[in-house]
Write a protein that binds this ligand. Sequence first.
Ligand code: AMP
Length: 218
Amino acid sequence: MNIILLGPPGAGKGTQATRLVDSRGMVQLSTGDMLRAAVKAGTPVGLQAKALMESGSLVPDEVVSGIIGEALDALAADTGVIFDGYPRTEAQAHSLDTILADRGRTLDHVIELEVDEDALVERITGRFTCATCGEGYHDVFKQPKVEGTCDKCGGHEFKRRPDDNEETVRTRMAEYRAKTAPILPIYEARGIVSRVDGMADMNDVSGAIVAILDGVPA
Ligand code: AMP
């Protein structure tokens, strides 16, 4: 099964993708994560992407479609994939069709996480993760149980994404409205779009997503 999780920054795509990885053995392909790794490693893709990511602008379509194709080639053909943060433009949506068809894969579901944009700014600007295991936290909603210690791995170092500041978040949302939301009709025409209330409790969001994947009527 291959699915797209769609929604503005901070909608919970990454959190929900991680849960599907844990519960269903699917693989999460997050272009944001792959680009951050490329920036950190100083690869040519990373050098090209760095300033664009810092400002909240999109990285060129051919760059991200290239890394998605390569990532899929590294997977067994029957591994289910969650596309997280890709596609983000119409050109990427068309590229994904070709990339999947070339590899004998089909797209089963596009799940849109519906959210309130103003609440998202608070959600994003407060978030941070454990530098060791990646567990997610939030200044207001989810502090570690013991201050300065990761609940999951006991690590003491935490990090914040450089693009999680208000100005950049607003740009990222504007990019979503202008370029990403318009790809939904492509998938609506195929009858594969489902919508989930992304402002609900995380566990309820996960339950709703699993019900869609299992074909349980809403
Ligand atoms: P994300 O982690 O999905 O919020 O992505 C962080 C940043 O990486 C975005 O603001 C873009 O600069 C870049 N990025 C990630 N995925 C894509 C994509 N599919 N197309 C273009 N740029 C992307």
